[in-house]
Design a binder for this molecule. Structure first.
Ligand SMILES: [Zn+2]
Length: 152
């Protein structure tokens, strides 16, 4: 594909194809609506992530969802240098976030220099649209102006 203005070749890239199944479709639909949903067992109430058909605690097939606050603390992270994909900016920090609700989520981290990341820092989940319309969560440090108890 060529850029219509400059004629230069444009490399279009996107995230790897999303694997949407009957068990996780609700989660991807929530993300498209700007919601981070967490699956909750309909019998024992246990929360689980990633989505699955059966509660690992009581084996129930009944479930519903709660909407996450999208806030949590950084449990761990890594910084990826290679291989590079044009869908992302490198070095690419990828974090494991302990959500306030008690489940975890893995996503890339934006909005900060990876050298400034610290375990336990407050982060939030935001949503990013990629080249072919895919919407995925992204982690970013919580701005001090948005922390609880403060006003912008
Ligand atoms: Zn259960």
């Amino acid at each position: 594909m060529n850029d219509p203005t400059t004629g230069a070749q444009v490399r279009r890239s996107s995230v790897p194809p999303l694997i949407v199944t009957q068990d996780n479709a609700f989660w991807f639909e929530g993300v498209r609506q700007g919601k981070l949903l967490i699956q909750r067992c309909g019998d024992c109430g246990a929360l689980r992530q990633p989505p699955g058909p059966v509660c690992p605690d009581c084996r129930s097939f009944h479930w519903d969802t709660i909407e996450s606050s999208r806030r949590g603390t950084l449990h761990s992270y890594t910084v990826v240098h290679r291989p590079q994909d044009s869908a992302f900016t490198y070095p690419l920090a990828v974090g494991l976030l302990d959500l306030d609700e008690g489940t975890r989520i893995v996503a890339d981290i934006g909005g900060t220099d990876p050298a400034e990341l610290t375990i336990g820092m407050a982060m939030e989940v935001v949503f990013t649209e990629h080249a072919h319309g895919e919407v995925l969560p992204r982690l970013r440090p919580v701005s001090p102006t948005f922390q609880e108890g403060r006003t912008p």
